[in-house]
Write a protein that binds this ligand. Structure first.
Ligand SMILES: Nc1ncnc2c1ncn2[C@@H]1O[C@H](COP(=O)(O)OP(=O)(O)OP(=O)(O)O)[C@@H](O)[C@H]1O
Ligand SMILES: [Mg+2]
Length: 301
């Protein structure tokens, strides 16, 4: 386990980004669950949804942004300030689209995502300084004292949006799930960041994968991988554990639980959908390993 301290920050805010080039690695669930855990621990938390699929925004209560509500794309375009794209995170408590159908999640805010972020990838590529846009926005517009921790949910591409996040030197969490393709995705992510470091070193780029988080892995009651349920998952974790560069970065594993699927349909993060789910203990263990502090005395989950 990596014990690098103190973690890098922008102002007072610690930045964590979940990424890997492979769809379905658990990036969005990892961001949402860790952000909820951190918020429940009394940290002020932001989630920035950079994925054009905008699953994080959906689960956190915004299927489509309300009319006139700016998103991260408007911030990128320079049409509004970062704060204008921030909404309170919430979960659904009944049917309907108005605010009464949702309950706000304490300490948790969302920087709204949008499908337009797919265009951003192209637009930024045409701008020689495109990769610096986020660094500039955060330097100039990060609301002081607003967030202790800011999580980025990245899309499954290694383009300029990812590089723009990497430019702010976040702690990158490489996400893997139960298939070998995620191991290849992790290698690709590392290569992309290495190339970025060569190309943008003079801008201070030194980002690398600092943590590896495996989710959707079948575990038995003792927390060991059930090979009978998933030889592929077992092999994927073995590949990480047998690589000295990776083994020390591996965070506690998040077990497979079917309820994860319902979080999207019901627009409820796991801790509100199924507060007794054992995977929440795994998520708390990951938060501990990441040294996410408990700032409140009540330890309710
Ligand atoms: N621990 C888990 N147990 C069971 N299912 C899980 C677990 N973690 C994630 N999943 C499921 O795996 C699928 C992929 O997860 P998620 O959407 O978080 O991945 P992603 O990396 O964000 O994908 P994308 O690249 O599409 O953005 C989802 O259906 C999610 O509910
Ligand atoms: Mg996702």
């Amino acid at each position: 386990m990596s014990t690098k301290t103190p973690p890098p920050t922008v102002g007072e805010t610690r930045i964590l980004a979940c990424s890997v080039i492979a769809g379905g690695a658990g990036k969005t669930q990892d961001v949402i669950n860790l952000a909820n855990e951190a918020a429940a621990r009394g940290n002020k938390v932001g989630v920035a949804d950079f994925d054009p699929q905008r699953t994080a925004s959906h689960i956190l209560g915004y299927q489509d942004p309300p009319d006139g509500q700016p998103t991260i794309f408007d911030v990128l375009q320079g049409n509004c300030r970062l704060e204008d794209a921030v909404v309170p995170a919430r979960y659904r408590i009944k049917d309907g689209d108005d605010d009464s159908a949702f309950r706000q999640i304490p300490n948790l805010e969302l920087i709204l995502g949008t499908p337009q972020m797919a265009d951003a990838e192209v637009n930024l590529g045409l701008d020689p300084a495109g990769v610096l846009w986020l660094q500039n926005v955060l330097d100039e517009q990060m609301p002081e004292g607003r967030w202790d921790i800011l999580f980025f949910d990245c899309g499954p591409t290694l383009g300029i949006l990812l590089l723009s996040i990497a430019m702010i030197n976040p702690e990158v969490i490489g996400c893997v799930a139960d298939e070998f393709k995620y191991i290849i995705g992790l290698q690709d992510l590392e290569e992309t960041l290495e190339k970025g470091a060569k190309k943008f070193r003079r801008f201070g780029f030194k980002t690398e994968v600092q943590h590896i988080l495996a989710t959707n892995i079948p575990l038995n009651a003792d927390g060991e991988i059930r090979r009978s349920a998933g030889a592929v998952a077992d092999d994927a974790i073995k590949a990480i554990r047998s690589n000295p560069d990776w083994s020390e970065k591996l965070l506690p594993i998040i077990r497979r639980k079917q309820r994860f699927k319902d979080t999207i349909v019901q627009q409820k993060p796991l801790r509100y959908l199924d507060p007794r789910n054992e995977a929440l203990d795994d998520i708390a263990a990951v938060a501990d390993a990441l040294h996410i502090p408990r700032r409140n005395s009540t330890r309710k989950r």
